[in-house]
Design a protein. Structure first.
Lengths: 311, 460
């Protein structure tokens, strides 16, 4: 180290934690994308990752107002608690909200109707791409993390999408020193993943440190569920109990938030940040493995969906 | 100085490098597995994939080879990032491809790493790809290089086989005049000896395991050239407030409220009246912090301007830069070619004025050439239409790095490390600091001193 560094400065340098490093990295990426793109948008599902992302974006521009809108791709199969939370969050921080509706894509005939109980998770890509086009967004921030899935582990921070919205894993732009290349031509767009390097545990430690509000379903509560394909699905909306399935009350919470039809709850008594942190630290199954039916279809499920324009 | 550090969980970034089949993905799988960084459903997915793609035995490499094509071909194509933590540190690990064809992805993975682990197969020793990767890691300025001599079981844990590899790698660093510290360990990634637990078979090796080193090597960023910040965005509060904050990431040194600053390239001066770090007011910021700076004077400052502590070593306002380049694409680069240089201080159009030399990876000597091809490492002079505010890479990694972009396709085509500017005969920053508070040290923190023999100015 430089001999001219004072004891005080050295102490401050040493005190920056892994969360500080991740936070600074994410804020730098968010600012860089806003600076390099004409019309960015932040994809906000109401889930914990997008809550952290939005929190970081607010901090990146504070005390100025967030210089871009947020967009929710609404599958129509939402947990009511999440919609309530979404609306409260954007109202409190005076953020512009765009809602892109999967139901409207179905009504327009852009995507086949999967039926009242079918999963709309994969169909979201069509709605997302059409909303990006119609709103002329050139960059979309997402809360994707590389530790979520092996295809995500290969994704760049700035992910280039061709005119069809597709992802080509073999033609990704190198990002030495995290220097991002935001140059695109009309019709192409970028996905930006500022929290690429965060793990589920980092997310929860940061949420607890910053006291970031979350939808209530992330914490322990009673819910009527059925067990299907090893998952606890909340009965209601798109989930209807079959003849051989018995709805019953369980004490559960959600580890991820997505389409009701394919997002499973876990049995849990964790009712506070600290409880959840303790639970995450001892978890032996990944969050997607535990709670997402759609990723367990095949070992390349995520890669295939990303090629089609998924988050 | 005695450390007054608090017990913080610091984050360390690692890249695994080396030739194909030397066992990089297996080593990572072992690190994740033995540090309990793998979840049960991931393990069962690996078992399933092992039956499909392998000889049936449990293949740890399938943990990181996440793309379908990678599993089918049994190779790593793209960087995979993996995360694990021990009670001492948390780690971000970039598993980079060994094939020469995918070197660009290795550059990406290693450029942001604190530590590079180079894998060498004890049976085959140092091969061209090892030389290439060690050279690039040294050039990129990792803080530490761990040499993991792998597959020691297949050479019956022979000490002389190990020594031979260590000598060869040390010689590469010596030839390159690199000062990066080298730590050599004999390992067997498949059964984990000297990865997390100590080896039972290498009685002649008493040193640390790979994980021991990862947990203890010093990687903290330290002040080098003095504080500088490339402005990314100007923050303005609406509704009557006259707040104006220049947002960016601080590099190179400590900045305090009250510090005098100079704005490059215009040269205006002012004083810091306020700082925020991640949105909250602070009196002091350190390298790596994402901050916003308020200034006393209403200056014309905007995106791409660089605010520099007046007491710091001043960066170069350069239109003729000399840089080392890793060429990342199939398209050849020739003198006269146009490109865009993207750097924190701006995006400048330019053309290649000269190719000074390329590094011959067989001899590690410089040779002359008219064109660069995929994976070449070379020194070039680039003439820019507008100035960029740069540092020499060996004094400030962020201010000295840039990418080259193809102006027609928008593809990222090169990774650039600034050496200096062409009309600067000393190739050191132009103005010396007026104060000694942040004077730079050569070779600080194991940065590569000067990758090539620094005599390019004689050729101008």
């Amino acid at each position: 180290m430089s001999i001219d560094t004072t004891q005080e400065e050295f102490a401050i340098l040493q005190s920056r934690s892994h969360l500080d490093r991740l936070e600074a990295e994410a804020i730098t990426i968010i600012r860089e994308v806003v600076s390099g793109c004409e019309s960015p948008v932040l994809l906000f599902s109401g889930g914990k990752d997008s809550a952290v992302l939005l929190w970081l974006a607010i901090k990146a521009f504070s005390p100025a107002r967030l210089p871009f809108p947020v967009m929710h791709v609404d599958t129509g199969h939402n947990f009511p608690e999440v919609i309530e939370y979404r609306d409260e969050f954007v109202r409190k921080y005076n953020i512009e909200l765009v809602v892109a509706s999967v139901q409207e894509s179905i009504d327009r005939g852009d995507i086949p109707d999967p039926g009242p109980t079918g999963s709309r998770n994969r169909q979201q890509a069509v709605t997302l791409l059409s909303a990006i086009r119609s709103n002329k967004f050139d960059a979309a921030f997402g809360g994707g993390r590389r530790d979520e899935d092996k295809a995500r582990a290969k994704e760049r921070i700035l992910s280039f999408r061709d005119k069809k919205g597709g992802w080509e894993p073999r033609a990704q732009r190198p990002e030495p020193w995290n220097i991002l290349n935001p140059r695109i031509v009309k019709g192409e767009h970028l996905r930006a993943f500022p929290i690429s390097n965060w793990t589920e545990l980092d997310i929860w430690e940061y949420i607890a440190r910053e006291d970031i509000p979350l939808p209530s379903i992330y914490f322990s509560h009673e819910r009527v569920v059925i067990e299907r394909d090893g998952m606890l699905l909340s009965v209601g909306g798109p989930v209807v109990a079959e003849d051989d399935e018995t709805p019953r009350k369980e004490v559960v919470r959600y580890r991820t938030v997505g389409d009701m039809s394919c997002t499973g709850a876990i049995r849990s008594e964790a009712s506070s940040y600290d409880d959840v942190l303790a639970e995450v630290k001892t978890a032996r199954i990944t969050e997607r493995g535990a709670t997402r039916a759609d990723d367990n279809f095949s070992e390349s499920a995520m890669e295939d969906r990303k090629r089609e324009g998924y988050f | 100085m005695s450390a007054t550090a608090t017990e913080q969980n610091t984050q360390v970034r690692i890249a695994t490098i080396g030739s194909v089949d030397d066992g990089k993905s297996t080593l990572i799988g072992r690190l994740l597995h033995d540090s309990k960084g793998i979840f049960e459903d991931q393990l069962s997915a690996v078992s399933k994939a092992s039956r499909r793609y392998g000889d049936g035995s449990f293949n740890l490499a399938l943990l990181t080879d996440g793309l379908r094509a990678e599993r089918e071909q049994g190779i790593t194509i793209d960087v995979a990032y993996r995360y694990f933590a021990t009670p001492k540190r948390s780690f971000v690990l970039a598993d980079t491809p060994g094939h020469a064809q995918f070197t660009r992805n290795m550059v990406t993975g290693a450029s942001v790493s604190d530590i590079a682990i180079v894998l060498v197969d004890a049976r085959h020793g140092v091969v061209e790809q090892t030389r290439r990767h060690v050279s690039i890691a040294a050039l990129l300025g990792v803080s530490h290089l761990i040499l993991a001599v792998n597959k020691m079981d297949l050479v019956e844990w022979s000490e002389s086989a190990f020594d031979e590899v260590v000598t060869d790698v040390a010689e590469i660093l010596t030839t390159l005049e690199s000062s990066v510290p080298l730590h050599a360990i004999p390992i067997c990634a498949t059964d984990g000896q000297n990865v997390v637990e100590k080896s039972v078979e290498a009685s002649w090796y008493q040193g640390p395991s790979v994980l021991d080193l990862l947990e203890t090597l010093d990687v903290a960023p330290v002040p080098t050239v003095g504080a500088r910040l490339a402005v990314q965005w100007t923050l303005r509060e609406h509704g009557g407030s006259d707040y104006r904050g220049y947002a960016g990431r601080l590099e190179g040194g400590v900045l305090r409220v009250g510090d005098a600053v100079t704005v490059h390239p215009k040269g205006n001066t002012s004083v810091v009246t306020g700082l925020t770090r991640a949105g909250s007011p602070t009196e002091i910021a350190v390298p790596g912090d994402a901050i916003a700076i308020e200034l006393a004077d209403d200056l014309d400052v905007g995106k791409f301007d660089v605010i520099v502590a007046s007491a710091a070593v001043q960066p170069l306002d350069a239109t003729n830069i000399v840089a080392d380049v890793c060429w990342l694409v199939d398209t050849e680069l020739k003198v006269g070619d146009s490109l865009i240089v993207r750097h924190p201080s701006g995006e400048a159009h330019g053309k290649v004025a000269r190719i000074l030399h390329r590094l011959d990876l067989d001899t590690l000597k410089n040779s002359s050439t008219d064109t660069l091809v995929l994976n070449d490492i070379a020194r070039v002079a680039i003439q820019l239409k507008t100035p960029l505010v740069v540092d020499a890479y060996n004094s400030n990694r962020v201010g000295g790095s840039a990418i080259a972009i193809d102006p027609v396709t928008n593809a990222t085509i090169g990774a650039l490390m600034v050496v200096g500017q062409e009309d600067d005969r000393s190739l050191t920053p132009t103005k010396k600091a007026s104060s000694t508070t942040t004077s730079p040290k050569k070779g600080v923190r194991g940065f590569v001193k000067d990758f090539f023999t620094l005599k390019v100015n004689e050729e101008f």
